[in-house]
Design a protein around this ligand. Structure first.
Ligand code: MRU
Length: 350
């Protein structure tokens, strides 16, 4: 059986000890070119996150943790206190992408770790721990969700939630990989995910590499196919899940959830604990990243709109909890009422 993790270089790989460097597969060049970047300073990591060379909520959290190590290493020891250096570099990284809470959560874990032990080696150890935790959570999500996949059915997924979006097997795609490894046979419809085509460029590549039958559809085809009974399950990832279960994911997710609710098709959200943000009461409080309009007015660098046409480009949308059939997490399936289920699992004050 083809192992998807054997097909591509690792999404992220740290080389050496705390004086080493971060290797990153440049996802903007996939599927045609496989270029591994060697990042040795925080500016390069920030550039990579902003330009989606690394993307996906768990993966940008891990990249930020190693980016923090690189940034602090360049400035310490120096005139500033170690913890102040850590905080100022973390603030720069935190501003790189605002919606996925994994990024801020990883930086918070790093700051907490060095509060009483202000050492570069400690920062290295916590970055490695964050990466290992994401791998373990991916595996648990896969085990938790694989039984949901309908044998002989068709699953629709949006954006990319595989190994490229995490440092493990993924979230939503990890569930599909695990079901396939168990011998469940099903087909996948991957939508293109305009404007940056994560579905066409990345998801289709990962599923095909795993031997899972996959067909691409344009984003606007999803709801109509759901209405026609061509889809038995939709599974997506998340970038931030509020305390009541409202969640942000790649723009286009909300429309799929509405179609599933209207046509009684199960709609699952797969996410690790690092994606839950119980500080936010509901989805209204989730910051939505607005990206450059040129991502919409151009396709692969070629203008598709007339000169002078501008575009609005929210990178994510918020889906209300009432449209979710269940959350598939590393700690089990969460069913409605989601506020109570999330509080029971993720509220640090419980
Ligand atoms: O803009 P991207 O490519 O970083 O968006 C990624 C998504 O929306 C994913 O669905 C989400 O991060 C979950 S990935 C495990």
């Amino acid at each position: 059986m083809t192992n998807p993790t054997s097909q591509l270089p690792p999404t992220l790989l740290w080389r050496g000890d705390e004086h080493g460097w971060l290797e990153m597969l440049d996802q903007t060049l996939l599927p045609h070119e496989r270029v591994v970047l060697q990042l040795r300073d925080v500016d390069a990591v920030i550039e990579a996150i902003v330009h989606l060379r690394v993307r996906g909520a768990p993966a940008i959290g891990v990249a930020a943790a190693f980016g923090l190590l690189l940034g602090v290493r360049a400035l310490a020891p120096g005139p500033m206190a170690f913890l102040d250096v850590v905080r100022s570099v973390a603030a720069r990284l935190a501003a790189s992408r605002p919606t996925a809470v994994n990024l801020q959560r990883a930086l918070d874990r790093c700051i907490e770790a060095v509060r009483h032990e202000p050492l570069l080696a400690r920062l290295f150890a916590i970055a490695q721990r964050i990466a290992a935790d994401e791998v373990a959570m991916s595996a648990c999500i896969a085990q938790c969700g694989k039984g949901l996949v309908p044998a002989g059915g068709t699953v629709l997924t949006h954006c990319n939630t595989g190994r490229l979006a995490t440092v493990g097997d993924g979230t939503a795609l990890a569930i599909l990989f695990a079901a396939h490894r168990d011998g469940v046979r099903f087909r996948v419809l991957a939508d293109e995910t305009r404007p940056l085509l994560q579905g066409a460029r990345l998801t289709a590549l990962e599923l095909a590499a795993a031997g899972i039958p996959v067909e691409l559809i344009v984003d606007s085809a999803g709801p109509g196919l759901i209405a026609r009974g061509a889809v038995q399950m939709v599974v997506v990832g998340a970038d931030r899940i509020a305390a009541n279960g409202d969640f942000a994911n790649k723009v286009g997710t909300y429309g799929l959830a509405l179609a599933c609710a209207a046509h009684k098709v199960p709609f699952y959200v797969a996410a690790p604990g690092s994606t839950f943000d119980v500080r936010l009461p509901n989805g209204d409080a989730i910051p939505i990243e607005e990206r450059a309009g040129t991502e919409v007015t151009e396709l692969a660098g070629v203008a598709v709109a007339a000169v002078g046409i501008t575009a609005r480009n929210p990178a994510f949308d918020v889906t209300p909890a009432r449209l979710v059939s269940a959350f598939v997490t590393d700690r089990g399936l969460l069913h409605a009422p989601f506020d109570a289920a999330i509080k029971a699992l993720f509220d640090p004050g419980r």
